[in-house]
Design a binder for this molecule. Structure first.
Ligand SMILES: CC(C)(COP(=O)(O)OP(=O)(O)OC[C@H]1O[C@@H](n2cnc3c(N)ncnc32)[C@H](O)[C@@H]1OP(=O)(O)O)[C@@H](O)C(=O)NCCC(=O)NCCS
Length: 273
């Protein structure tokens, strides 16, 4: 047996092992859809390639639809648990979503809830709790949800009554967030909270009621309007060169020695419309 030959055989084997390892690694890093653990009938999942979905569904006729993520996005992972029937979660093309937890039902069955998140909305460590039957959460296009935000459409299973009349009080529980709304870090949105288009909610605010005014800063606990006639842009990529904001930002940047100011690419948009 010739030494060179043995060496060459060994080398080839190693090469083959390396190839198999690379293939396995490639296979592992190529994210696949993972269906949550399901118990029940008629549950429909329509989840795009590249979306990481885990959690569980216990009940019947629930529907989860998540579109393919936006091209700039790097994370698209959801943990969804549903205990109940006829609930619907629809997420249109997300911008960037990291650790979004959606919980419908927890201590008992919750039925007929609808969560709709429109396209280009980003979220990090956002927790959505739908613990009230028939409650709706609607989030518009092009919103920025910062980190550690919690959204609660009701207080179930805890019950609140008027002590004198005995009336059950915790009824209306929908939450509506408009287009192009920036929700700061640590914000809590409670039942009945609604935020109209083009608003900012300051960090660690607690929103307990509807705000119909647009272009304001809403902040505090409980949240109130702090400022009117503001507008905001997600980041420089979205700063339109033809907008009235561009010149002012450019002057500010140049004063600070920054050369790059926005761009005029096909992504330059100012509003969600
Ligand atoms: C709201 C925010 C964006 C500032 O907007 P702004 O237009 O510059 O507002 P100002 O700093 O001029 O503040 C306006 C008023 O709101 C108040 N305010 C601002 N943020 C507040 C907050 N989070 N809670 C309570 N009050 C707040 C200010 O005290 C001020 O009140 P005053 O008029 O009585 O003095 C900023 O305060 C904030 O919350 N930033 C954090 C956003 C975030 O979470 N980013 C994470 C990355 S996505």
């Amino acid at each position: 047996m010739n030494f060179k030959k043995i060496f060459s055989i060994d080398y080839d084997n190693n090469h083959l092992i390396l190839k198999i390892l690379c293939f396995k690694l490639k296979f592992k890093t190529n994210i696949k859809n993972t269906k949550p653990n399901v118990q029940g009938n008629g549950n429909v999942f329509n989840v795009a390639e590249g979306i990481q979905l885990s959690g569980f569904v216990q009940g019947n006729n629930n529907k989860i639809e998540i579109d393919k993520g936006w091209e700039f996005g790097t994370n698209f992972n959801f943990y969804i648990n549903i205990t109940g029937n006829n609930n619907e979660i629809i997420i249109k093309q997300p911008y960037n979503v990291k650790n979004c937890i959606i919980s419908i039902g927890n201590h008992g069955e919750i039925n007929n809830c609808r969560i709709f998140v429109d396209e280009m909305t980003s979220m990090t460590d956002v927790r959505i709790y739908c613990f009230q039957h028939n409650s709706n959460l609607t989030i518009g296009k092009n919103c920025t949800f910062s980190e550690k935000i919690q959204i609660r459409t009701g207080e179930y299973p805890h019950l609140i009554f008027d002590k004198v009349t005995g009336e059950y009080l915790d009824k209306d529980s929908n939450i509506n967030i408009g287009n192009h709304v920036w929700i700061g870090e640590g914000v809590t949105l409670l039942k009945n909270a609604s935020i109209a288009n083009d608003n900012i909610v300051g960090c660690y605010s607690v929103v307990t009621k509807p705000f119909t005014e647009t272009n304001s800063v809403i902040a505090g606990n409980p949240a109130k309007i702090k400022k009117n006639n503001i507008d905001w842009v997600k980041n420089q990529r979205f700063l339109d060169k033809n907008s009235i904001y561009y010149k002012s930002f450019q002057e500010y940047q140049l004063k600070n020695g920054e050369k790059y100011v926005g761009n005029d690419s096909k992504y330059s948009i100012n509003k969600a419309d």
